[in-house]
Design a binder for this molecule. Structure first.
Ligand code: UD1
Ligand code: CA
Length: 501
């Protein structure tokens, strides 16, 4: 069965009351459109067409510019489009991909939107699967089941329906005495009797080429001033063309997001779906209600996650890790058995197995924390490699540094990596001991096994095995404090005598 997908995403989204295009609002770390695209992509369709309108460029860019953060991490949607878009009048094609963006200049309704997709499907002889861009929770399994039913029943037009607890703004499925669908009536056009129908339209359709020709028969809906795609059913049944409605899947899958409140609800549903999936795979959550996990994150078995943890982007958490409260990790790989303590932020970095990071640590992009390394309270690391077993336990800034194995970084040590114009590298080789409150003025290299005395400012390379000291030698003046005390006392007496005389 040859299938092409069309995503309708050109609506104005007025009910969102936001300057951001509706389908670009996010849930679980990706836009609504991204979720729908990913689901259709997983169905391995021949081609996917996105119909977009006023926000054509923003919408297109949101998909094209989704790049992986690091080469070893998987991209958000692996084989989806990359690279330049070729401009052909009215028809834009991404290079080497089955993704096409079509423009609906004026939002004249869902029926008109589908017509705008058709020039890009000229010559395509299969079934067209139409999905609204504002229904991000739809699953691949339900769509597959629906497409199979569409084929089996030999419909020209099929629609996916569901039973809604609160049919609200959804189109109602109208069936005749034999149970066949004859039309879809929008809530605003429905009679009080029709409003009570709880079987509603999900906005998912499967249409054969003969069905696409029916689009021309759709008339303008005068009350809204739009061409409703839903009217394709009435046109079909009026002409004796076979249409079917299949009530499959659960309501939670089909939530259509029109308002901020519906977006919040969809976010909760998606969060529950994601946490449930990971719990089934052996992840332990102390409290799921405050957790944020992006849909592209993976988590290993036996990992324990405390409340208010955010795992974003392409983050991959290994097996048997512990992530304590208030931690945000974005686009990182966390090795097996790593422990991330409270209130820590880690971005675009690698944390290797058994490493211990936090509490209150900040790991900035481009860093690698070695196996079994320890990064403690108030330590900031930027674009640095920290070797295995190395410890920076308190109050440090390590930027543009290459630090070897089993190094001890004393409390308060900092790398001075920036000279006001350029960034420079500090290299600390294996087994070095850096005393507390030292500064390394980069570029500088500390050789293997060297010692840096506490409070030193290191401006020159230190040979392996040496001790470097740059502070002033200490002087002890015996009895100084006692003498001072006596002097202060006698001064006080003098002042008092003067006052009395
Ligand atoms: C639509 C259906 C309704 C169904 C519901 C399911 C119609 C007329 N109604 O209602 O029966 O129950 O979805 O969620 O189709 N769009 C365009 N161009 C336009 C207008 C809309 O591309 O001119 C896109 C929107 O971006 C959106 C989708 O089509 O992704 C649906 O439009 P929307 O206005 O949200 O329709 P609903 O009122 O929700
Ligand atoms: Ca909608």
């Amino acid at each position: 069965m040859k299938i092409a997908g069309v995503i309708l995403a050109a609506g104005l989204g007025k009910r969102m009351n936001s300057s951001l295009p509706k389908v670009l609002h996010e849930l679980s770390g990706a836009t609504m459109l991204h979720h729908v695209l990913k689901t259709l992509h997983n169905l391995r369709l021949q081609q996917i067409v996105v119909v977009t309108g006023k926000h054509f460029k923003e919408t297109k860019d949101s998909i094209i510019q989704t790049n992986p953060p690091t080469p070893s991490l998987t991209p958000l949607i692996p084989p989806l489009p990359r690279g330049e878009l070729k401009g052909l009048k009215g028809l834009l094609r991404t290079q080497n991909s089955g993704l096409i963006f079509m423009r609906q200049k004026e939002a004249k309704g869902t029926g008109d939107a589908l017509s705008r997709a058709l020039p890009s499907l000229r010559g395509f002889r299969g079934t067209v699967l139409v999905v609204n861009g504002d229904t991000p929770l739809i699953t691949r399994e339900t769509l597959r089941k629906f497409l199979d039913l569409h084929e089996k029943k030999r419909d020209v037009v099929s629609v996916l329906s569901f039973i809604s607890r609160e049919p609200g703004s959804y189109g109602r499925i109208i069936r005749n005495g034999s149970g066949d669908i004859v039309s879809i009536i929008e809530d605003r056009d429905a009679t009080p009797y029709q409003k009570r129908i709880r079987e509603v339209n999900s906005g998912v359709y499967a249409i054969k080429p003969a069905g696409l020709r029916l689009l021309k028969g759709i008339e303008l809906n005068k009350s809204k001033g739009e061409y409703y795609l839903t009217d394709i059913i009435a046109v079909a049944s009026g002409r004796g063309i076979k249409a079917g409605a299949y009530c499959i899947g659960s309501e939670d899958e089909f939530i259509g997001i029109n308002t901020p409140e519906e977006l919040r609800k969809a976010r909760e549903l998606m969060r529950d779906r994601i946490t449930k999936e990971w719990m089934n795979k052996g992840v332990i959550f102390m409290d799921t209600s405050s957790i944020f996990i992006s849909s592209d994150v993976t988590i290993g078995k036996g990992t324990v996650i405390y409340p208010n943890v955010h795992l974003e982007g392409n983050t991959k958490v290994g097996r048997g890790c512990t992530i304590y409260p208030n931690v945000r990790i974005r686009n990182c790989v966390i090795g097996n058995g790593a422990v991330i303590k409270d209130s820590t932020l880690i971005e675009d970095s690698f944390v290797k197995e058994r490493a211990l990071v936090g509490p209150f640590a900040h790991i900035r992009p481009g860093s690698e924390i070695g196996a079994g390394a320890k990064i403690g309270n108030f330590v900031e690391i930027k674009k640095s490699v920290i070797g295995s077993g190395t410890k920076a336990s308190h109050l440090s800034y390590l930027g543009d540094a290459k630090i070897g194995k089993n190094v001890n970084i004393g409390a308060g040590m900092i790398t001075c990596n920036y000279d006001g114009y350029k960034k420079h590298l500090a290299v600390i080789e294996d087994n070095v001991f850096v005393g507390s409150d030292s500064q390394l003025i980069a570029p500088v290299k500390i050789g293997k096994g060297a010692y840096i005395g506490a409070g030193s400012t290191i401006t020159e390379d230190v040979p392996p095995g040496s001790l470097a000291l740059s502070r002033v030698q200490q002087r002890n003046i015996k009895g100084w404090a006692l003498k001072r005390q006596l002097r202060v006392k006698s001064d006080k007496l003098k002042v008092e005598r003067k006052r009395k005389s």
